[in-house]
Each structure stands twice: as C-alpha cells, then as structure tokens.
Design a protein around this ligand. Structure first.
Ligand code: NAD
Length: 363
C-alpha cells in the first residue's frame, strides 16, 4: 500500500451517512492496528450535493473520487428528490461516478453467514453454505445505450425507447474479470443472456464462448436470464460466478441478495479503472433513516472489499468477515435480521461490536 493512501468518503443520503460513520470507525481501527496512514476526506453526493451545489455530482466531488485510491459510498436518493429533473436526480451521481472512473465491473458477493442461515426465506439446505459472486457489466448496455428517450411521432403517438448495445471489447473485458475471479474461487462461470431473443446478447454469448478458449480450466455454462432467475431460488448453490450484462445484473444481484436474508448484509465493489468504488448494495432506506436502525454490516464488509481490491490487502477482508461472523454468532442483530432469542442492537452498537472484535484480533 502506498504511503499516502487516499480514501474519498461519499456518505450521501438517508442511512448513507449513518452506515459510513460505522465503516470509518472500522477503518480507523485498522489504521492504528496496522500502522497505516490513510487520508480520509468526505464530499457531498446525491441529494445532499444537490441541496448545496445544485448538482448530485459536483466537480469537486468527482475530482476527489478520481484522485483517491478508493471511494467508499453510502447511498443516494430519497422521496425529496423524486420530482426534480431526471438529469439532476441523486441516482444520476452513481452513473456519473461509474462511467467517469471507468468502473466497468461490479462484483457483488451473495454469501450466507453461518449464523444467519435462518434469516433467509429459503430452506436451510438450499442456502446453507451459499457463496455466489455476481459479476455485472456496469458502464455499458441498455443503461447507457444511445438513442434513448421519449418522443412524439408525427401522428401524435408518444413512444419511449432505450438501446441495448455492447461492443466486442466491452464484453471481453468483463468476461475476463469473471474468468479471472473464478480461478480464485471454484472455477465455474455461468454467463447469463437472452440470446434466444436479443441479438446483442447472442453476440455476448459468441464473444464469451470465444474468450473461454483462453480459460479452458474454468467451466463455462450459458443460461438464459429467465431460467437463471428461476434457478437462483430453486438451486442457487449450482452457481459460483454469475457473469452478466448491466441490466440483467442489476436485477439478478438483487434477487441473489435476498437469498442471504437481508439487503443490509451485502457489500459490493466496482472496479476496472485506476481505483475502485465500494458501497453496500442497499439504497438510502428513507423509511428508517436517522433512527439508528440501519444495518451497517454491508458497508463494513464493503471496507473489506476495498482493502482486497484497491488497497492490496486481502487479509483485512478476511479479518472483517471473521469479525462480522463472530458478532453474529454471539447473537447480536439489527432489526432487519432479527429473529427470536437474539439480541437487537442499533446501527452504532453494531458498529461498536465489530470494532471490538477487530480490536481484539491478533493482527
Ligand atoms: P432501499 O434499499 O433503500 O430499501 C429497501 C428496504 O430495505 C427498505 O425497507 C429499507 O428500510 C430496507 N433496508 C435497506 N438497507 C437497509 C439496511 N442497511 N438496514 C436495514 N434495512 C435496510 O431501496 P428503496 O426503498 O427501493 O430505495 C430508497 C432510495 O434509495 C431511492 O431513492 C432509491 O433510488 C435509492 N437507491 C439508491 C441506491 C444506491 O445509492 N446505490 C441503490 C438502490 C436504491
């Protein structure tokens, strides 16, 4: 790790600032335990930035994100900004950050912690030991394809349209990420498309198949997205790495997250550029914001991914996962993962408990 490691903090809206505060607590402990010098600086993003600067992604915020070794984001959005111009909505900041930082690969693990198997709505045998990684393409596809918009035709009929487009290079670079990461896991990639209907994803299948020749040690299977949606609830343990497009990945990774019981448990990493952005997969949860109810574990686990993928320290990720597992094993739960006989705690106490576990670790 370089001496002057910069982490840009973008707490955002709703529960974002609450969960990022807990993550910062964890980073500070690691800093002192490992003798690191980390420069952490906070900038506004999303609705919070719109309020002060009139834009969800101000230039100063983007500049700080570009200059950092890693970015830690809370969440953006909320009812307050739902009726403002589309281009100024808080969520636009996410697309802006991803594309400006060149973060074309989104890695979303859906891992079931032993202590939380009972939090899933699925049967014990279906989810026990589950460990899937969704690799979602993040800067292309239908979310960015042009033309896009709503228009009025000559006869007065209105129509909306988006464009699904992928270049060969875009497909290859994301498929390479999936194959590389599969080599460090269980050597299996499912590539998800809709090749029977969408020509663009037929092309996706062709390019992935071709690239697979360089990765013959990795098992590759193709699956249609509708079947994948079914298989994820029928037999999710058949998956190791799930490689897919931007829109399919958006939907499938949320489905996969639910296998684990709570959206409040799942971290994510967006990589591919010169740095990386780390964030919980949940949104700003306006319904519980400011009430010390948010589960901070997804954000704390995102810190682990940050150390693993951007700060070159995979061991820290393991320590954080172990600390979280230990706290859960002692029966502590935030409201979203609460069950009979467990001890309910708030956001701050959950952060403190993980911090105590890390403090006690022989690092
Ligand atoms: P959400 O993820 O914010 O909330 C969905 C449900 O999960 C809510 O009941 C919420 O209370 C609960 N929840 C979410 N995170 C939790 C946590 N850490 N602990 C406990 N419970 C948690 O999704 P939503 O309600 O669809 O969206 C709310 C706002 O967030 C919208 O403005 C949306 O656009 C935005 N959003 C932002 C991001 C992001 O910043 N990456 C992602 C998704 C949604």
């Amino acid at each position: 790790m370089s001496e002057n490691t910069k982490i840009t903090l973008l707490p955002g809206d709703g529960i974002g600032p609450e969960v990022v505060r807990q993550a910062v607590k964890i980073i500070k402990i690691l800093e002192s335990k490992l003798g690191l010098e980390l420069e952490m600086q906070e900038y506004p993003v999303g609705g919070a930035a719109y309020e002060v600067e009139g834009h969800p992604l101000p230039e100063t915020t983007l500049k700080a994100a570009k200059e950092a070794n890693a970015v830690l984001l809370g969440a953006v959005g909320g009812p307050k900004w739902e009726s403002i111009d589309f281009a100024l909505r808080p969520e636009r900041a996410l697309l802006g950050l991803r594309s400006s930082l060149g973060l074309f690969a989104n890695l979303r693990p859906a891992k079931v912690f032993d202590a939380l198997v009972e939090a899933s709505t699925l049967k014990f045998d279906v989810v026990n030991g589950l460990d899937i990684l969704v690799v979602r393409e993040l800067t292309g596809g239908i979310y960015f394809g042009k033309p896009a918009g709503v228009e009025t035709l000559e006869d007065g009929t209105r129509r909306g349209f988006n464009t699904l487009v992928y270049t060969e290079d875009e497909i290859k670079r994301i498929a390479r990420v999936a194959f590389d990461v599969a080599r460090k896991r269980n050597n299996k990639v499912h590539s998800i498309d809709k090749a029977n209907v969408l020509q663009c994803t037929g092309f996706w299948r062709e390019v992935v198949t071709d690239l697979h020749k360089e990765y013959s040690d990795v098992t590759l299977e193709h699956m249609y997205v509708d079947n994948c949606a079914m298989q994820l609830v029928r037999n999710p343990k058949q998956f190791d790495v799930v490689l897919t497009t931007n829109m399919f990945g958006d939907i499938l990774s949320d489905e996969a997250s639910m296998l684990t019981g709570s959206i409040g448990m799942l971290p994510s990493a967006s990589v591919g550029g010169s740095n990386g952005m780390y964030e919980p997969i949940h949104g700003s949860a306006p319904d519980i914001a400011g009430q010390d109810k948010a589960n901070p574990l997804a954000t704390i686990l995102s810190v682990g991914m940050m150390f693993k993928y951007s700060l070159d320290n995979e061991q820290v990720n393991t320590w954080i996962e172990e600390a979280v597992e230990a706290v859960l094993a002692k029966g502590y739960r935030t409201g979203d993962i609460m069950s009979d006989g467990k001890k309910q705690v708030g956001t701050v106490q959950m952060g403190d408990l993980v911090a105590e576990e890390l403090e006690a670790k022989q690092c």
